[in-house]
Design a protein around this ligand. Structure first.
Ligand code: PMP
Length: 423
């Protein structure tokens, strides 16, 4: 239906400012002007169901969070070197959600900063250098964290201190748990062969960028034991699964019955207010701080703390963990039923309101990224926002705000059914 000239002009204007770094969704990008709950509205007043964004996790522009931010920004917004009740209250409230011995919090502004700090803490705490990560992982954008984000590296392999392992799937007659553990074992041996001791393994506990691998609960346990036996630390990147999304408590690692040495978080922490954090053992933080100072001008400012506190209150009061579990389970079942009707759907995986749906070419039994792109664009035409994940970009990444309803899920399923039917 052609590219409207005014839109072409807008895109060109944007590119003249942001150059090669400008990334836009869709062949014909959308201009968004406002959002509420699980819906976004474009400049023409068209409504979109948001099945993509996990940052506004308790709902776009949640009035409670908006009010908390507005009130605090009008009262005091300053760096972190003064006593402040809002900040202290928030830290206690957040830390109370973690198992012992995870007793200290460092506040940052992004997930990237959190992972960068976690890597530095792990290196000082272990004396090791090496890290293990999964093959399509993304952990952030600093120089150090880019090396453990294979999905960002377009022209080369990660640095020598990194060993990359496959996403957790069952193969060679081995269970998910055993094959993942075997990969970790091999990675440790390869690092050792290069003269590198292990600092740690870092995984997103729901493997978002790898294509969403949640099951069976507990499969990470053996791998984490191996990491510990090798002298390394386990870093749980909760930037994606954290704050209730996986439906099994506030944190994704809980589903695996493990206690990480370091937990990093970001995205949904402030429901859109930029904030991140690192939670770790006091002994590890002490070793790190004796070695090097850490100051973050904006991390842990009172406005971030006010936003973070409101997010925790809303999750609790609106029962969003239970909602994520129950709406997510029904949603997965409906998608599973759709799979029976459409051979292009390969597998449906997930936990809570984080679901991965693979598209395959049933004849080739191969990932179908072209169909995935087709579905994403058709969904947009039907007023639904959705994205892709996985090594082949052939997995639908279903990750709506946690206020997403069963009716919203039904709309999504019916629309996907129609799109696949017409293909
Ligand atoms: N870890 C994971 C698992 C992520 O998905 C992301 C962002 N996509 C990050 C870390 C980095 O967070 P940020 O963009 O806030 O730096």
């Amino acid at each position: 239906d052609g590219f409207p000239p005014e839109l072409a002009e807008r895109v060109a204007r944007r590119q003249s400012s942001f150059g090669a770094s400008s990334v836009l969704f869709y062949e014909q990008p959308i201009e968004m002007v406002r959002a509420s709950g699980a819906y976004m509205y474009d400049v023409n007043g068209r409504r979109y169901l948001d099945v993509y964004n996990n940052v506004p996790s308790v709902g776009h522009c949640h009035p409670r969070v908006v009010e908390a931010i507005a009130r605090q920004v009008g009262q005091l917004n300053i760096h972190t070197r003064y006593l402040n009740r809002v900040v202290e209250d928030y830290a206690e409230k957040l830390l109370a959600t973690f198992p012992s011995p995870l007793g200290n919090l460092v506040m940052t502004c992004t997930g990237s900063e959190s992972n960068d700090l976690a890597m530095r803490i792990a290196r000082i705490g272990t004396g090791g250098e090496g890290f293990i990560v999964t093959e399509a992982a993304y952990h952030g954008n600093t120089a150090l964290v880019t090396e453990i984000s294979p999905s960002s590296l377009r022209r080369r392999e990660p640095a020598l201190f990194v060993e990359v392992i496959p996403a957790p799937t069952a193969h060679d007659d081995m269970s998910v748990e055993d094959s993942f553990a075997a990969s970790v074992e091999q990675a440790i041996a390869k690092l050792r062969a290069r003269g590198l001791a292990l600092a740690g393994m870092i995984v997103d506990t729901i493997f978002s960028s790898d294509g969403i691998y949640a099951d069976p609960p507990g499969f990470l346990k053996t791998a984490v034991d191996i990491v510990h036996r090798a002298g390394g630390l386990f870093i749980a990147d909760e930037v994606q699964p954290g704050f209730g999304r996986s439906g099994g408590g506030l944190w994704g690692f809980r589903r695996h019955g493990i206690t990480p040495d370091i937990v990093t978080m970001g995205k949904p922490m402030g429901n859109g207010f930029p904030m991140g954090g690192v939670v770790t053992r006091p002994d590890l933080l002490k070793m790190f701080c004796e070695e090097t100072g850490y100051f973050n001008t904006f991390g842990g400012n009172p406005v971030a703390a006010a936003a973070g506190r409101a997010v925790l209150e809303v999750i609790e009061e609106e029962g969003l963990i239970e909602a994520s579990r129950s709406v997510g389970t029904g949603f997965r079942q409906a998608l599973e039923a759709l799979r029976m009707a459409h051979p292009q759907i390969g597998e449906v995986r997930g936990a809570g309101l984080f679901i991965g749906l693979d598209f395959i070419d049933p004849e080739q039994v191969a990932p179908d990224s072209a169909l995935t792109t087709h579905v994403i664009n058709e969904m947009k035409q039907n007023g639904i926002l959705i994205g892709a994940a996985g090594k082949f970009g052939a997995t639908l990444k279903i990750r709506p705000p946690l206020c997403f309803s069963s009716d919203d899920a039904a709309v999504f399923v019916a629309t996907l059914d129609t799109i696949l039917e017409a293909r």
